[in-house]
Design a binder for this molecule. Structure first.
Ligand code: DAH
Length: 345
């Protein structure tokens, strides 16, 4: 009896002195293991008579339970200590001041593209996207610019193996979008029921071998196309004048449609604008090329030029952004200098 009491005390003391779970499990074996002290006591029962077995058995059991309880308690205490240590080691000092990270913002040209898209969608235009790696056919030939055409020399670009090139303008999107539109309504067209008008803008990146203060090898363009049964140069003037006045938030802007040449339009015009006041007042500033879509181009879209007619334009969102914010070097847009870019947030 006394032996068992002191055994329990011994176990409790030993368990308390264990500082790791492994040590504790070793200590447990001394008391509760197959060759442990409790087991020894159990074996001793065999020599006792039945009454003594009962009382002594109950006493051993009580001691065993006390030892088990001490073991469970110590196990829990060690686990708690381990968790505590881990939490302390991984503690975050939430009172430390953080490093300031500026919120990002849209690039000035992206802001312009967003403005352009909003204005044209409000006039019922769709917005289309197309590939920057183009085929010669979409970039030139379909736009009435055959291989030996001198206009190609103004569009020197980056050629890619396999006959592809980086598009020199967004005009190929006229063809791509119109072809898809015509295909969608082909059965209606064949049945003489006509098709909904094509009214689309196509903004995106374009490429040319060109680099100075006002030219960058990568630049942006936004194409516009409106084809229907009776869309004329007059509509071009209305749409583009409206666009410019809204874009520059200036109702007194003056536009000039200056005769020009593009292979894919006839007649063609360069569009110039003039601000009535401000630092640019009085100067004519070129913002877009435009014209009545050439019959050959209408044909390449899959339409009969006797029935379908319309206008197209191509403008430079980079240049529009320069004019809107008074930036005089295009390269600033593409240097990625935050001192410049953060002024547009
Ligand atoms: N693609 C021409 C260029 O990059 C711009 C242009 C002119 C587009 C007349 C047009 C247009 O759609 O009708 O120089």
């Amino acid at each position: 009896m006394n032996d068992l009491d002191s055994l329990v005390t011994q176990a409790q003391d030993l368990f308390a002195s264990c500082t790791t779970p492994a040590e504790l499990e070793n200590a447990k074996a001394l008391f509760l293991g197959k060759a442990g002290r409790i087991t020894e006591f159990m074996k001793g029962l065999a020599q006792l008579d039945i009454e003594a077995k009962k009382t002594q058995g109950a006493v051993i059991n009580a001691a065993k339970q006390a030892i088990e309880a001490a073991l469970t308690q110590r196990r829990q205490a060690l686990a708690d200590a381990e968790l505590d240590a881990q939490l302390k080691a991984e503690a975050l000092d939430v009172t430390l001041p953080s490093t300031l990270r500026a919120a990002g913002g849209l690039h000035p040209v992206s802001l312009s593209l967003e403005r352009i898209e909003n204005i044209f969608t409000s006039m019922g235009f769709e917005v289309a996207q197309g590939p920057e790696i183009e085929t010669d056919w979409f970039n030139f030939t379909a736009l009435n610019t055959p291989e030996d055409h001198p206009a190609r020399s103004m569009h020197d670009t980056f050629y890619i193996e396999g006959g592809h090139l980086l598009r020199t303008h967004t005009s190929p999107m006229q063809i791509r979008h119109a072809m898809a539109h015509v295909q969608q309504y082909q059965s209606r067209i064949d049945a003489g029921q006509g098709m909904p008008e094509i009214r689309v803008i196509a903004p995106g990146r374009t490429y040319r071998v060109d680099s100075d203060a006002t030219h960058s090898p990568m630049f942006h363009q936004c194409e516009g196309l409106w084809i229907g049964e009776n869309i004329s140069f007059k509509d071009l003037k209305v749409v583009f004048t409206d666009f410019c006045k809204t874009f520059f938030e200036n109702d007194d802007l003056v536009l000039r449609f200056r005769p020009s040449f593009f292979p894919f339009t006839e007649p063609s015009a360069e569009i110039d604008i003039q601000f009535p006041s401000g630092p640019l007042a009085g100067r004519w500033l070129e913002v877009a090329g435009s014209g009545q879509v050439h019959p050959n181009v209408v044909r390449n879209m899959g339409l009969d030029p006797e029935h379908y007619i319309g206008f197209a334009f191509g403008m430079g969102p980079d240049r529009l952004t320069m004019l809107r914010y008074g930036v005089n070097d295009l390269r600033l847009f593409f240097d990625g200098d935050l001192r410049f870019l953060s002024q547009f947030q």
